[in-house]
Ligand binder design. Structure first.
Ligand SMILES: [Zn+2]
Length: 266
Protein backbone atom coordinates (compact mmCIF):
# COMPACT_ATOMS: atom_id res chain seq x y z
CA UNK A 1 0.00 0.00 0.00
CA UNK A 2 1.30 3.46 -0.86
CA UNK A 3 1.84 6.21 1.69
CA UNK A 4 -1.28 8.21 0.74
CA UNK A 5 -3.51 5.13 0.61
CA UNK A 6 -2.24 4.03 4.02
CA UNK A 7 -2.86 7.52 5.46
CA UNK A 8 -6.42 7.59 4.13
CA UNK A 9 -7.03 4.06 5.47
CA UNK A 10 -5.86 5.04 8.98
CA UNK A 11 -7.93 8.26 8.90
CA UNK A 12 -11.10 6.37 7.89
CA UNK A 13 -10.48 3.76 10.62
CA UNK A 14 -10.21 6.66 13.11
CA UNK A 15 -13.48 8.15 11.82
CA UNK A 16 -15.28 4.83 12.37
CA UNK A 17 -13.87 4.50 15.89
CA UNK A 18 -14.95 8.13 16.50
CA UNK A 19 -18.46 7.12 15.44
CA UNK A 20 -18.35 4.33 18.05
CA UNK A 21 -17.00 6.81 20.64
CA UNK A 22 -20.15 8.91 20.12
CA UNK A 23 -22.13 5.87 21.29
CA UNK A 24 -19.76 5.43 24.26
CA UNK A 25 -20.03 9.14 25.18
CA UNK A 26 -23.83 8.96 25.13
CA UNK A 27 -24.33 5.58 26.80
CA UNK A 28 -21.50 5.05 29.31
CA UNK A 29 -22.40 7.91 31.74
CA UNK A 30 -26.08 6.92 31.51
CA UNK A 31 -25.34 3.34 32.54
CA UNK A 32 -26.51 1.93 29.21
CA UNK A 33 -24.72 -1.05 27.63
CA UNK A 34 -22.26 0.12 25.00
CA UNK A 35 -22.20 -3.02 22.85
CA UNK A 36 -25.89 -3.93 22.75
CA UNK A 37 -28.93 -2.57 20.94
CA UNK A 38 -29.14 -0.40 17.87
CA UNK A 39 -28.53 3.33 17.47
CA UNK A 40 -31.53 5.60 17.60
CA UNK A 41 -32.35 9.29 17.36
CA UNK A 42 -32.31 10.74 20.90
CA UNK A 43 -35.34 12.89 19.99
CA UNK A 44 -37.80 10.65 18.14
CA UNK A 45 -36.19 7.31 19.08
CA UNK A 46 -36.44 6.16 15.46
CA UNK A 47 -34.00 3.36 14.74
CA UNK A 48 -31.03 4.64 12.72
CA UNK A 49 -30.05 2.62 9.65
CA UNK A 50 -26.72 2.24 7.87
CA UNK A 51 -27.11 5.38 5.66
CA UNK A 52 -27.70 7.47 8.81
CA UNK A 53 -24.57 6.17 10.46
CA UNK A 54 -21.79 6.80 7.94
CA UNK A 55 -19.15 8.75 9.86
CA UNK A 56 -18.78 12.40 8.85
CA UNK A 57 -20.83 12.08 5.63
CA UNK A 58 -24.25 11.35 7.20
CA UNK A 59 -24.05 14.40 9.44
CA UNK A 60 -22.94 16.64 6.55
CA UNK A 61 -25.52 15.39 4.02
CA UNK A 62 -28.36 15.54 6.56
CA UNK A 63 -27.08 19.01 7.58
CA UNK A 64 -27.03 18.02 11.24
CA UNK A 65 -30.69 16.98 11.35
CA UNK A 66 -32.49 13.70 11.99
CA UNK A 67 -33.82 12.17 8.74
CA UNK A 68 -37.04 11.10 10.48
CA UNK A 69 -38.08 13.92 12.80
CA UNK A 70 -35.91 16.81 11.58
CA UNK A 71 -34.58 17.34 15.12
CA UNK A 72 -31.14 18.93 15.46
CA UNK A 73 -28.24 16.55 15.93
CA UNK A 74 -25.43 18.08 17.97
CA UNK A 75 -22.28 19.06 16.02
CA UNK A 76 -20.51 17.16 18.80
CA UNK A 77 -21.04 13.96 16.77
CA UNK A 78 -19.12 15.46 13.86
CA UNK A 79 -16.40 16.92 16.10
CA UNK A 80 -15.79 13.60 17.90
CA UNK A 81 -15.49 11.69 14.61
CA UNK A 82 -13.21 14.24 12.99
CA UNK A 83 -11.03 14.63 16.10
CA UNK A 84 -10.57 10.86 16.43
CA UNK A 85 -9.78 10.48 12.70
CA UNK A 86 -7.20 13.28 12.84
CA UNK A 87 -5.60 11.93 16.04
CA UNK A 88 -5.27 8.44 14.53
CA UNK A 89 -3.68 9.98 11.45
CA UNK A 90 -1.31 12.01 13.67
CA UNK A 91 -0.32 8.89 15.66
CA UNK A 92 0.48 7.03 12.48
CA UNK A 93 2.37 9.93 10.86
CA UNK A 94 4.43 10.35 14.03
CA UNK A 95 5.34 6.64 14.19
CA UNK A 96 5.82 6.31 10.43
CA UNK A 97 8.28 9.20 10.59
CA UNK A 98 10.70 7.05 12.56
CA UNK A 99 9.90 3.76 10.84
CA UNK A 100 9.63 3.96 7.02
CA UNK A 101 8.29 0.38 6.87
CA UNK A 102 5.11 1.66 8.55
CA UNK A 103 4.54 4.00 5.62
CA UNK A 104 3.25 1.19 3.51
CA UNK A 105 1.60 -0.68 6.40
CA UNK A 106 4.12 -3.44 5.67
CA UNK A 107 6.08 -3.41 8.93
CA UNK A 108 6.30 -6.45 11.25
CA UNK A 109 3.39 -6.75 13.73
CA UNK A 110 5.51 -5.53 16.67
CA UNK A 111 5.76 -2.06 15.12
CA UNK A 112 1.98 -1.88 14.92
CA UNK A 113 1.67 -2.62 18.64
CA UNK A 114 3.03 0.87 19.41
CA UNK A 115 0.73 2.50 16.85
CA UNK A 116 -2.25 0.45 18.09
CA UNK A 117 -1.60 1.28 21.75
CA UNK A 118 -1.33 5.00 20.96
CA UNK A 119 -4.56 4.89 18.91
CA UNK A 120 -6.27 3.17 21.86
CA UNK A 121 -5.02 5.88 24.26
CA UNK A 122 -6.13 8.87 22.14
CA UNK A 123 -9.54 7.24 21.51
CA UNK A 124 -10.18 6.67 25.23
CA UNK A 125 -9.04 10.25 25.95
CA UNK A 126 -11.46 11.72 23.38
CA UNK A 127 -14.28 9.96 25.27
CA UNK A 128 -12.86 11.22 28.61
CA UNK A 129 -12.85 14.82 27.32
CA UNK A 130 -16.51 14.81 26.27
CA UNK A 131 -17.89 12.72 29.16
CA UNK A 132 -16.06 14.59 31.93
CA UNK A 133 -16.88 18.02 30.44
CA UNK A 134 -20.58 17.20 30.69
CA UNK A 135 -20.99 14.75 33.57
CA UNK A 136 -17.91 15.51 35.72
CA UNK A 137 -16.95 11.83 35.84
CA UNK A 138 -14.22 9.76 34.26
CA UNK A 139 -15.61 6.23 33.82
CA UNK A 140 -13.31 3.47 35.11
CA UNK A 141 -13.74 1.60 31.82
CA UNK A 142 -11.92 4.39 29.97
CA UNK A 143 -9.12 4.55 32.55
CA UNK A 144 -8.72 0.78 32.17
CA UNK A 145 -8.36 1.14 28.39
CA UNK A 146 -5.56 3.69 28.90
CA UNK A 147 -3.91 1.42 31.52
CA UNK A 148 -4.18 -1.61 29.21
CA UNK A 149 -2.52 0.36 26.41
CA UNK A 150 0.21 1.39 28.88
CA UNK A 151 0.84 -2.26 29.81
CA UNK A 152 0.95 -3.14 26.09
CA UNK A 153 3.56 -0.38 25.58
CA UNK A 154 5.75 -1.94 28.32
CA UNK A 155 6.26 -4.88 25.94
CA UNK A 156 7.34 -2.73 22.99
CA UNK A 157 10.83 -1.36 22.38
CA UNK A 158 9.28 2.14 22.18
CA UNK A 159 10.79 4.64 24.65
CA UNK A 160 10.55 5.39 27.60
CA UNK A 161 11.92 2.26 29.31
CA UNK A 162 10.03 0.04 31.74
CA UNK A 163 11.41 1.69 34.90
CA UNK A 164 10.35 5.18 33.74
CA UNK A 165 6.87 3.83 32.99
CA UNK A 166 6.52 2.16 36.41
CA UNK A 167 7.71 5.33 38.20
CA UNK A 168 5.32 7.25 35.92
CA UNK A 169 2.41 5.24 37.34
CA UNK A 170 3.04 6.76 40.80
CA UNK A 171 4.84 10.04 39.99
CA UNK A 172 1.72 12.20 39.58
CA UNK A 173 -1.00 9.98 41.01
CA UNK A 174 0.82 9.48 44.35
CA UNK A 175 1.10 13.18 45.29
CA UNK A 176 -2.43 13.80 43.96
CA UNK A 177 -3.78 10.99 46.13
CA UNK A 178 -2.15 12.54 49.21
CA UNK A 179 -3.59 15.92 48.24
CA UNK A 180 -7.05 14.38 47.84
CA UNK A 181 -6.82 12.64 51.23
CA UNK A 182 -5.70 15.80 53.06
CA UNK A 183 -8.26 18.02 51.35
CA UNK A 184 -11.09 15.60 52.04
CA UNK A 185 -11.50 14.87 48.31
CA UNK A 186 -12.17 18.49 47.34
CA UNK A 187 -8.92 19.32 45.56
CA UNK A 188 -8.96 16.46 43.09
CA UNK A 189 -11.38 13.78 41.94
CA UNK A 190 -10.47 10.11 42.12
CA UNK A 191 -11.10 9.81 38.37
CA UNK A 192 -8.37 12.38 37.66
CA UNK A 193 -5.94 10.51 39.93
CA UNK A 194 -6.61 7.13 38.31
CA UNK A 195 -6.28 8.70 34.85
CA UNK A 196 -2.87 10.18 35.71
CA UNK A 197 -1.70 6.79 37.06
CA UNK A 198 -2.69 5.05 33.81
CA UNK A 199 -1.21 7.88 31.73
CA UNK A 200 2.07 7.62 33.68
CA UNK A 201 2.41 4.04 32.48
CA UNK A 202 1.94 5.22 28.88
CA UNK A 203 4.20 8.27 29.06
CA UNK A 204 6.92 7.50 31.63
CA UNK A 205 7.40 9.84 34.58
CA UNK A 206 9.08 12.89 32.96
CA UNK A 207 6.39 13.22 30.30
CA UNK A 208 3.62 12.36 32.79
CA UNK A 209 4.70 15.24 35.06
CA UNK A 210 4.82 17.51 32.00
CA UNK A 211 1.33 16.34 30.92
CA UNK A 212 -0.02 17.19 34.37
CA UNK A 213 1.58 20.66 34.32
CA UNK A 214 0.10 21.36 30.87
CA UNK A 215 -3.32 20.15 32.06
CA UNK A 216 -3.14 22.30 35.20
CA UNK A 217 -2.09 25.36 33.16
CA UNK A 218 -4.85 24.84 30.58
CA UNK A 219 -7.45 24.23 33.30
CA UNK A 220 -6.48 27.33 35.29
CA UNK A 221 -6.31 29.54 32.19
CA UNK A 222 -9.75 28.44 31.01
CA UNK A 223 -11.40 28.78 34.44
CA UNK A 224 -9.87 32.24 35.01
CA UNK A 225 -11.05 33.33 31.56
CA UNK A 226 -14.53 31.88 32.16
CA UNK A 227 -14.79 33.56 35.57
CA UNK A 228 -13.66 36.90 34.10
CA UNK A 229 -16.23 36.68 31.32
CA UNK A 230 -19.02 35.77 33.69
CA UNK A 231 -17.84 38.51 36.09
CA UNK A 232 -17.81 36.21 39.09
CA UNK A 233 -15.25 34.96 41.55
CA UNK A 234 -13.19 31.85 41.02
CA UNK A 235 -14.32 28.70 42.70
CA UNK A 236 -16.88 26.03 42.10
CA UNK A 237 -15.94 22.69 40.68
CA UNK A 238 -14.71 22.49 37.12
CA UNK A 239 -14.09 19.21 35.32
CA UNK A 240 -10.32 18.75 35.24
CA UNK A 241 -10.32 15.61 33.07
CA UNK A 242 -10.59 17.35 29.68
CA UNK A 243 -7.48 19.45 30.41
CA UNK A 244 -5.53 16.49 31.77
CA UNK A 245 -6.54 14.49 28.69
CA UNK A 246 -5.35 17.40 26.51
CA UNK A 247 -2.01 17.47 28.33
CA UNK A 248 -1.63 13.68 28.00
CA UNK A 249 -2.35 13.80 24.24
CA UNK A 250 0.18 16.63 23.73
CA UNK A 251 2.83 14.68 25.67
CA UNK A 252 2.04 11.45 23.85
CA UNK A 253 3.24 13.24 20.72
CA UNK A 254 5.78 15.76 22.04
CA UNK A 255 6.56 14.57 25.60
CA UNK A 256 10.25 13.88 25.00
CA UNK A 257 10.78 17.17 23.15
CA UNK A 258 8.96 19.16 25.87
CA UNK A 259 10.95 17.49 28.66
CA UNK A 260 14.23 18.25 26.80
CA UNK A 261 13.13 21.84 26.25
CA UNK A 262 12.24 22.25 29.92
CA UNK A 263 15.57 20.79 31.09
CA UNK A 264 17.49 23.06 28.68
CA UNK A 265 16.10 26.08 30.56
CA UNK A 266 18.36 25.29 33.52
ZN1 LIG B 1 -35.33 11.95 15.14
Amino acid sequence: MGFTAAAIFIFVCGLCVGSFLNVVIYRLPNGLPVHKGFSMCPDCEHRLLAPDLVPLLSWIFLRGRCRYCGGRISPRYLVVELLTGLLWLAVWLRQAGSDPELWALGAPPAAFMTVGAHCLIVSALVAVIFIDARHMIIPNALVLVVAAAGILLCFTPAPPDLLERVIGFFAVSGPLLLLAVFSGGRAMGMGDIKLMAAAGLCLGWPAAVTAFMIGALLGSAVSVAAAARAGRKLGGRIPFGPYLAGGIIICLFYGRELVALYLSLF
